[in-house]
Design a protein around this ligand. Structure first.
Ligand code: PEP
Ligand code: MG
Length: 257
C-alpha cells in the first residue's frame, strides 16, 4: 500500500501488513504553496488511523525530476534527476521539512500506528546524519533513509550505523546505476532491476544493515515482481512494499520457497 489514505482499507483487505512507502508528495503535486502543518497533520492522522498497531513508512516530500513540486524547487535545471531533488531540496527549504516532521509527530501522537519516517534521495553518510538527527529532534522514533543512489548502497554500512532502517528504491537505484532516465522510452531497456549491477548494490545495502541488524527493505516496483521478490529476499531484503494488487501473487510465490 503506498498511495492515498483512502486506499488503506483495500490494502488491508488484500493482506498488507502495513504501509511500505507512503509518498507524501502525491498529496501536494498540484499545490503552489507548501502545505500547512494543519493540512498535513490531518492527512497523516487519517493515514495512520487506518493501520493501528501496524508499521507505516512515510517518506518526506520527494520533489524533483519526475515529481516536480514548485514550492520546493522551480529552478530550471538541465539535468533535474541529478539536481536539487529529494532530501537536497528539503534541506534547501528546511522550514518545509521541519513543518512536515512536526505534522508527522502530531499524527503519531494522536494514533496507534508504528510510524517510520524516511528521507528520499540520500547520497551521503552526512545527509543521513542530518536527517536522522532532525527527525529525532521532533520525536520521530524510527528514522531512516532511502537507498536510491549507488553511493548510498556502497556506503550502507556507515549509513546504517546512523539510520534505524533503509528502504531501497529500485526505480531510482536502477536509473542511477545504469545511467538511463527511468521515464525515457528510448533507453527503457536499461531500466532493468534484474541487472547484476543493481542486484550487487542491493546486496551491498543488505550487507551494510547486517552488523547492527538494521532492516533493509525494497519499495521500488521490483518488489511487485514475484520472481524477483524471491531473489530480493535471498539477498537479505527484510520487507517488500508494493501496490496492493500485487500482494496476493508475491505472497503466493514467496510461500513456495
Ligand atoms: C524508487 O525510486 O524506487 C521509489 C520507490 O521512489 P519513487 O518511485 O517514488 O521515485
Ligand atoms: Mg525514487
Amino acid at each position: 500500500f503506498r498511495s492515498k489514505p483512502a486506499d488503506a482499507a483495500e490494502a488491508v483487505e488484500l493482506g498488507a501488513e502495513g504501509v511500505g512507502l507512503f509518498r507524501t508528495e502525491f498529496l501536494f503535486l498540484s499545490a503552489t504553496q507548501a502545505p500547512t502543518v494543519e493540512e498535513q497533520t490531518k492527512a497523516y492522522t487519517e493515514l495512520l488511523q487506518a493501520f493501528p498497531g501496524k508499521k507505516v513508512v512515510v517518506r518526506a516530500l520527494d520533489a524533483g525530476a519526475d515529481k516536480p513540486l514548485s514550492f520546493l524547487n522551480d529552478a530550471h535545471e538541465d539535468n533535474p534527476a541529478l539536481g536539487l531533488r529529494g532530501l537536497r531540496a528539503l534541506r534547501a527549504s528546511e522550514d518545509i521539512l521541519r513543518e512536515q516532521l512536526t505534522a508527522l509527530a502530531n499524527a503519531d501522537t494522536a494514533t496507534e500506528a508504528d510510524l517510520w519516517v524516511m528521507a528520499p534521495m540520500v547520497s551521503t553518510v552526512e545527509e543521513t546524519d542530518y536527517f536522522v538527527t532532525l527527525a529525532k529532534e521532533y520525536g520521530i522514533k524510527t528514522a531512516g533513509v532511502m537507498v536510491e543512489v549507488p553511493s548510498a548502497a556502497l556506503m550502507a554500512d556507515r549509513v546504517l550505523e546512523i539510520a534505524d532502517f533503509a528502504s531501497i528504491g529500485t526505480n531510482d537505484l536502477t536509473q542511477y546505476t545504469m545511467a538511463a532516465d527511468r521515464l525515457l522510452g528510448s533507453v527503457a531497456s536499461y531500466q532493468d532491476p534484474w541487472h547484476p549491477a543493481v542486484l550487487r548494490l542491493i546486496k551491498a545495502a543488505c550487507d551494510g544493515g547486517a552488523p547492527k541488524d538494521r532492516p533493509v527493505g525494497v519499495c521500488g516496483e521490483a518488489a511487485a515482481d514475484p520472481a524477483l521478490a524471491v531473489v530480493l529476499v535471498g539477498l537479505g531484503v527484510k520487507s517488500l512494499s508494493m501496490t496492493a494488487r500485487a500482494l496476493p501473487d508475491v505472497d503466493a510465490v514467496l510461500k513456495t520457497v
